[in-house]
Structure formats: C-alpha cells, structure tokens
Design a protein around this ligand. Structure first.
Ligand code: NAP
Length: 319
C-alpha cells in the first residue's frame, strides 16, 4: 500500500515526485514505455528557465529523475491497464507489476503522438514512417523526407531533420500554418525545406523495397499526386493518454482530464492530474512541471486532512 502513486514520468510526474519525496511521502513512480515523456524525444530545450545556454531534453529529464530519486522516490517500470477509483485505497492493475494500492493517485501520463489514420500508415511505422524526428532522423542521412503538419512541432521537426536530409518537404492540409511566427520564420529561412501546402494526405505508398511516398490531394484542384520520399514524419499533435481510466475521471471530448480550475483535483477526491494529460492549451515543459508541483501539494494536503479515515458509501469515496 502506497500513500501515493504517480503514473507517468514527464516533467509533471517527476516534479510531483520530487515534491512528494521531499515531503517524506515515499511515492511510487510508474514509468511507462517512454520514460521521461515527450521531452526525451526532443532536442535542445531553449525556454526552460535556469538554462541560459539551453539543455537537451533527455538530459533535463534525467536530472529531474535523479532529483526525485535522491529524495526517496521509488521508480518501477510498468503499464497501467486498469484503474479502480470507486473507493479508497485506489487500485491499479499494472502490467509488469501486478495489482497495486494507494491512498492517492497522481495522473501524469501525458499525451501521445497522433496519427493521420490513412491507409498503410500504421503498417509502415518503423519502416519509413515515424512520429519522432529525434529518435529516427539519424536514419535518413542524405535522404528526402516529408514532415506532415503545420504546427510548431512540424516546424521544429522539419528544421531538425535538415541536419540529416537533403530535402525536407512540409505537407500541410491548409494554406496557412498554425505554427508561431518565430518557428515559421526559422523554417521558411531554411533552404532545405520545401512546401506542399493545402494538400490532404491520402495514403502511405510502399512497394517491395519499402516506402515509396505519400499520396496527397490538392484541396483546391482536387488533383492527386504521389510525393516520393524516403521517410514520412507525422507531426500533427498529440492525444492525451487517458484510455486506462475507463471513464471514471471526467475528461473533455478529446480525452483531456478536467481539473477544478486553479487546482489539480479531478472529480474523484484523492486523484489528481498534472501535465499534458490535463492541459490542451499550454503544453509546455515548464507548465507541466508547475502543475506537477501543484498536484504534489494538493495531494499532501489531502492526505493531511483525510489520512485513511475516508468513508465508503455505495462504492463512492466521500469526504
Ligand atoms: P498543433 O499545434 O495542434 O498542430 C497540429 C498540426 O497538425 C496543425 O497544423 C493541424 O492542422 C495538423 N493536423 C492535425 N490533425 C491532422 C490530420 N488529421 N491531418 C493533417 N493534418 C493534421 O500541435 P503541435 O504542433 O504538436 O503543437 C502542440 C503545442 O506544443 C502547441 O501549443 C505548440 O506551440 C507547442 N510546441 C512548442 C514548441 C516550441 O515552442 N519549441 C515545439 C513544439 C510544440 P490545422 O492547422 O489545419 O489544424
């Protein structure tokens, strides 16, 4: 039985773990398949305060993890399959760790890369299609690459991939980019980046020798064309990782956990959420870390006030 279990190890979960461990609550931190979260798939982080020369994403996450461990947080690898929040102690069924119980839970499972959901896309993941430029860019040295998307992620990935590729083609479904001006400007100034705007991706085309290209439709003329390429990087945003909650926690229509404004409290007392899993607006490492701190403090206060003296009425935890 744990006082608290933190699910997820991005900046939110790790900051929560640092605060909880320093408060002597000996949190268990469950690391999923992407320890460190999205920042481990990025390159240099230039806007995290305290690092005037920038810091590499994986290094930043590694340091946060070390900091949490130093104060006594316990880390274990596992995949939460099911959660039972009907009464305290809460129960988690974790692949790799079995059934776990905790007085409180902090949800910091973040969000995962979205796919286009077009034919042959899933089949070609790892065989020319990727959602992570930093992970896979290296394999495309001297090759032609397509990046799909018009947001900051797509601009960042396109710029990054020009380190390896001879040409990076940005394919976006509208004429206007969604990305911030500074990111757009950087991409537009990069001579290796070419543009296919107002084109809807239709199909990932492959043959005996692997990936051939991306079939797209011009939204104005309706004309279809095959853009030949050696690699396709899908950078169209993220989906919150809330599937395992089984509808027990209130979410918005997309799946982002809803917290009470100004707090990390979910609809279940004792279950808190922080980071990208509850933030579809800011989605920054620093805001995730800040919300992780809030979740830890909310959790500490909850335990102080409620301890284990919670009553159970008809399967519902009540204060
Ligand atoms: P985003 O801002 O939601 O952009 C997603 C892009 O993908 C949009 O251009 C969207 O097109 C396109 N898209 C979505 N679904 C699509 C589909 N099914 N088919 C084709 N295109 C599709 O996501 P993001 O770029 O990942 O950025 C997320 C947040 O992180 C933003 O707040 C961003 O500012 C931040 N971020 C910041 C940095 C940085 O500052 N260094 C880097 C990365 C991300 P439409 O435009 O037509 O909707």
């Amino acid at each position: 039985m744990y006082k608290t279990i933190v699910v997820g190890t991005g900046p939110a979960g790790l900051t929560a773990a640092i605060y909880l461990a320093r408060a002597n609550l000996q949190p268990l931190v469950i690391e999923g398949p992407e320890p460190g979260g999205q920042l481990t798939t990025t390159t240099e982080v230039e806007n995290f305060p305290g690092f005037p020369d920038g810091v590499m994403g994986p290094e930043l996450m590694d340091k946060m993890r070390q900091q949490a461990e130093k104060f006594g947080a316990e880390f274990r690898r596992g995949w939460v399959e099911e959660a039972d929040f009907s009464k305290r102690p809460f129960k988690l069924k974790v692949d790799g760790l079995g059934d776990l119980e905790a007085e409180t839970i902090i949800l910091s499972t973040g969000a995962s890369a979205k796919l286009l959901n077009i034919p042959n896309e899933k089949e070609m993941i790892g065989r020319g299609v990727s959602t992570c430029a930093t992970c896979d860019g290296f394999f495309f040295r001297g090759k032609k690459i397509i990046v799909v998307g018009g947001g900051d992620s797509a601009m960042e990935e396109a710029n990054f991939l020009t380190r390896f590729a001879t040409e990076v083609r940005v394919v976006h479904r509208r004429n206007e980019l969604r990305a911030s001006k500074i990111m757009q400007d950087r991409a537009r100034e990069n001579e290796k980046i070419v543009w296919s705007l107002n084109k809807t991706p239709l199909e990932v085309v492959s043959g005996d020798k692997g990936l051939i290209g991306l079939k797209v439709k011009d939204n104005e003329t309706g004309q279809e064309e095959l853009l030949e390429t050696n690699g396709i990087f899908v950078a169209i945003g993220h989906q919150p990782n809330t599937g395992f909650l089984g509808g027990q926690i209130d979410t918005d229509s997309v799946g982002y956990v809803q917290v009470k404004p100004g707090t990390s409290e979910t609809n279940i007392p004792g279950v808190f959420a922080c980071g990208d899993v509850q933030d579809s607006k800011y989605r920054q490492a620093i805001t995730a870390a800040g919300s992780g701190c809030m979740a830890a403090l909310d959790c500490e206060r909850f335990l102080e006030h409620h301890g284990s003296n919670i009553m159970h009425v008809e399967g519902q935890a009540v204060q």
